[in-house]
Design a protein around this ligand. Structure first.
Ligand code: CA
Ligand code: CA
Ligand code: CA
Length: 458
């Protein structure tokens, strides 16, 4: 393995690069060399300088989960993750950076190696390959002692060594339950909500509502919903509400007593309200008003405890055309504002609810590429927002003043696999793995598949 240098020999042989034979090539030149991180192509413009691959610091920081501090005035940049830190500066002889095409470019190898990754160049595929520590050499047995997913169950023979622990500075994630022990893909669960006894989720295809023992992880099918269920919420009395999207969106209600008893027929499931097109995320405020996101419609709905519906057009738009959902996860903050996740644009927005129940214009709280795929959103015991960034296999923390950081993240072997929704009980966060093959979870064939993951806040 080439560890000391990223050779761009193929480019040179092809005559695409004209570098001076001596001295410093100070001009970045665009290249078609691919950057692969843990086997997955990173969509980023690559440049070569003096035979080394350079790329945007923002993209690299995002992959690392590192905090980046760019100071334009001094031309200096630091990346920090936990105790690990590296500095770059314009004109530095050891760790230089360049500005080109409006981007600040840093050397890929130096940046990743500073955080314990190994870097190699494959001339045949014209790709620079970056691997997390421990990811390159699968061990035959799982000696970690964790209940992580890479333990050979589910036919997961691809790699026993990758757990979220391999990402320095991030919180470890474990699996509470694997909903399909004989499959590692093929089932889709989106919504999740937990109380002190159970975690609830629903299979979008079979419409089965699962009740999962929060201690043992034992899962059973409680009922079969009339239609597909997505986002979930519990009211003060412990009744369960389940969004069902589509043009004829509606919200189901399951009574608290039914949640504790024997499995029951789907005809017992009430329709609480209809007319909520695109219904996706649900959240109650303290007065018992239920707020509902309308997905790609951009609507926010407010439903009184009596079932009276108000519809508000947020006016939020989709920045990335391939992803149309602009209001997804929703939560009511400790400050009384309603917060929503814009999956397309990587934003958190907040809304003031007026005394007459009308919803004010959205305010932007945070916008970050870390929030691409922002799906479920909930409030932590610390009052911060926690968001499942589904296409990044990441859980992201957003403070109410807009600071964005990853708290958990992994490649496409889990334990996070396109995480869709999340729910706290105390300091424990329960997460539904939807396992869609997109972004960092593409392909979705390795790993545990649809499952409930969990992590503990420190
Ligand atoms: Ca499985
Ligand atoms: Ca959602
Ligand atoms: Ca998977």
């Amino acid at each position: 393995m080439i560890r000391n240098k990223v050779f761009i020999t193929a480019t040179l042989a092809g005559g695409l690069l004209l570098l001076p034979s001596t001295g410093w090539a100070a001009t970045p030149v665009a290249t078609d060399i691919e950057l692969q991180v843990d086997g997955q192509e990173l969509t980023v413009e690559g440049y070569t300088v003096n035979h080394s691959l350079y790329a945007s610091y923002a993209a690299i920081a995002r992959e690392l989960g590192a905090d980046a501090d760019w100071k334009e005035q001094t031309g200096s940049l630091t990346l920090q993750l936990g105790d690990d830190r590296i500095a770059f500066a314009e004109g530095s002889t050891t760790s230089t950076l360049f500005q080109a095409d409006g981007e600040v470019l840093i050397p890929v190898r130096k940046a990743f190696e500073a955080f314990g990754y190994t870097v190699s160049y494959n001339a045949a595929s014209r790709s620079v390959n970056v691997q997390a520590a421990g990811a390159a050499a699968p061990s035959a047995t799982d000696t970690s002692g964790d209940d992580d997913v890479g333990n050979g169950v589910n036919g997961n023979t691809t790699d026993d060594s990758v757990t979220s622990d391999t990402y320095a500075g991030l919180l470890p994630v474990s699996i509470l339950t694997d909903l399909k022990p004989d499959q590692n893909t093929g089932t889709r669960i989106e919504g999740v909500i937990a109380n002190s006894d159970y975690v609830f989720t629903a299979d979008m295809d079979t419409r089965e509502l699962y009740r999962i023992d929060i201690t043992t992880g034992a899962a059973e099918v409680l009922t079969v919903l009339p239609r597909t269920g997505t986002g979930m919420a519990l009211d003060e009395s412990g009744n369960l509400y389940i969004a069902s999207g589509g043009e004829e969106g509606l919200i189901y209600k399951v009574n608290a007593d039914d949640l504790k008893g024997d499995p029951f027929d789907g005809s017992q499931v009430e329709t609480f309200v209809s007319g909520v097109a695109g219904a996706n995320g649900l959240a109650f405020d303290r007065e018992g008003t239920l707020y509902v996101t309308g997905g790609a419609t951009g609507n926010i709905y407010a439903v009184t405890p009596e079932g009276q519906l108000r519809t508000y057009a947020s006016g939020l738009t989709a920045e990335r055309p391939e992803q149309a959902i602009v209001v997804n996860g929703i939560a009511v903050g400790t400050d009384g504002y309603v917060y929503t996740a814009n999956t397309s644009s990587g934003e958190v927005n907040r809304f003031t609810i007026e005394d007459d129940g009308t919803v004010d214009q959205p305010q932007l709280i945070a916008k970050s590429e870390l929030l691409y795929g922002a799906d479920g959103l909930t409030i932590g015991p610390d009052g911060n927002l926690y968001i499942a960034a589904n296409e990044r296999n990441a859980i992201v923390k957003v403070t109410l003043d807009g600071t964005v950081t990853d708290i958990a993240r992994n490649g496409n072997n889990g334990p996070l696999e396109f995480p869709a929704s999340l729910s706290f009980v105390g300091n424990t966060l329960y997460i539904s793995n939807f396992d869609l093959p997109r972004g960092s979870n593409n392909p979705n064939t390795p790993g545990i598949g649809s499952s409930i993951a969990k992590l503990e806040l420190e």
